[in-house]
Design a protein around this ligand. Structure first.
Ligand SMILES: *Cc1c(COP(=O)(O)O)cnc(C)c1O
Length: 397
């Protein structure tokens, strides 16, 4: 009989969001008259920027005639988008990248998951705890040994350096789920560590656009030497509401070298090129034109407005909870508020309390890893009126 990849049996069930949905459904069935407000989802709610919609309409029209229609897109992205990315996301910050170091894709989830294809299953990977579940699950699927780096209030959510030698390190800043960041000096400690240990950093910068403070790096390549040790993942999903459109990109600098089992040195850029051209057939032309429009002057103004809207939600949530004497983290450079449960109540018990007594849905922190126990993640991606109503309910309780 055909055999499965046994490593799939080592995956914990992706019960988190299913379990939340089930508890919410049960509550609604028993209380059909009560309005439940979700501050739990990690998805955007505001419409796509008009400049982006216009670009989609223009590109769609191009598809309607033989002279201008587009077939297969280049495997690594159209020049117009790659050049806009280099100019807007990197050159302005003093980072020089060449077009063949940028790989446009259908999003950062695929790329952070697929990157393991070019790395040996023997690598030991370090992953922050709590974390975005993709890092852990994709490495379990490949059978890699995982070393968790606890990020807790006591260490200011700065990931503890691993006790044993690791080869690959996942960092996500601004962080999902904690909403916390690393300063330049803190990120430099990790870059220096990776250089010294000859390790690879996989840097997920999906929330880069939400940074408001000066000392927070937008790209890991702002740190000297990072091009030798880091791959960076970016996404238009949270930046410009592309969760349903699907576009992101990955930066693989040519200076990034790894070794074969025999000790031969190989550029990871070459391997990723090979991997993508074999297994990926490019992001849709219409979507790449949409992403290009994010960088237009009008597009920038419009996406900044939407980000400001979400971050105002974050401020409302954070300040109101703090006024009530609750302890929160994040919410300043990221659309997530990491709420410490009062009296050390467990994540799930606090979740049940909010759902049953106030009809508010959060995400239990323990669902993102053991170090998330005793926390709840609240998101700023909701509509303003719902956010305000949820906060009102908490204040009244
Ligand atoms: C939302 C998110 C992404 C983006 O994923 P897409 O596939 O680009 O939509 C990547 N990393 C983290 C940590 C996220 O929360």
């Amino acid at each position: 009989m055909v055999k499965i990849n046994d490593h799939f049996t080592s995956l914990k069930g992706s019960y988190l969001f299913a379990e939340i949905a089930q508890r919410v459904k049960a509550f609604k069935a028993a209380n059909p008259d009560k309005k439940v407000i979700s501050l739990g989802i990690g998805d955007v709610t505001q419409p796509i920027a008009p400049a982006v919609i216009e670009a989609i309409q223009r590109a769609t029209q191009e598809m309607a005639s033989a002279e201008t229609m587009k077939g297969y897109a280049p495997d690594f992205g159209y020049d117009f988008l790659v050049n806009a990315i280099i100019k807007n996301d990197f050159q302005g910050r003093g980072i020089e990248l060449s077009p063949d170091e940028i790989f446009v894709s259908d999003g950062a989830k695929s790329d952070t998951g697929n990157i393991g294809d070019i790395l040996s299953a023997d690598n030991i990977v370090a992953i922050t705890d709590p974390s975005y579940p993709v890092y852990i699950d994709t490495n379990r699927m490949a059978g890699r040994t995982i070393e968790l780096l606890p990020c807790v209030a006591a260490n200011g959510f700065f990931p503890a350096f691993p006790e044993k030698k690791v080869d690959v390190i996942y960092l996500c800043y601004p962080n999902n789920p904690t909403g916390t960041t690393l300063t330049k000096a803190q990120l430099k400690m990790w870059v220096d560590y990776a250089i010294e240990q000859e390790a690879l950093i996989l840097f997920d910068a999906a929330y880069e656009a939400f940074i408001s403070e000066d000392d927070i790096p937008h790209s890991i390549y702002e740190i000297a030497g990072a091009k030798k040790v880091a791959i960076e993942f970016r996404s238009f999903s949270k930046t410009a509401g592309f969760t349903g459109l699907r576009c992101g990109y990955t930066v693989v600098p040519k200076e990034l070298i790894a070794s074969t089992t025999q000790g031969e040195k190989i550029a990871l850029n070459q391997l990723w090129k090979r991997r993508q051209s074999t297994k990926f057939n490019g992001t849709a032309y219409i979507v790449q034109r949409a992403a290009e429009a994010v960088y237009s002057p009008e597009g920038q103004v419009q996406i900044r407005e939407t980000i400001a809207y979400y971050m105002q939600n974050a401020t409302i949530i954070k300040e109101s909870l703090e006024k009530l004497g609750l302890k929160t983290y994040g919410g300043v450079n990221a659309p997530y508020i990491w709420l410490k449960t009062p009296d050390d109540v467990s994540s799930w018990n606090f979740f049940d309390h909010l759902l049953n007594d106030l009809q508010i849905v959060g995400t239990p922190g323990v669902g993102f890893g053991a170090s998330g126990e005793g926390f709840l993640r609240l998101t700023a991606f909701g509509k303003r009126e719902n956010t305000l109503e949820a906060i009102e309910r908490i204040i009244r309780s």
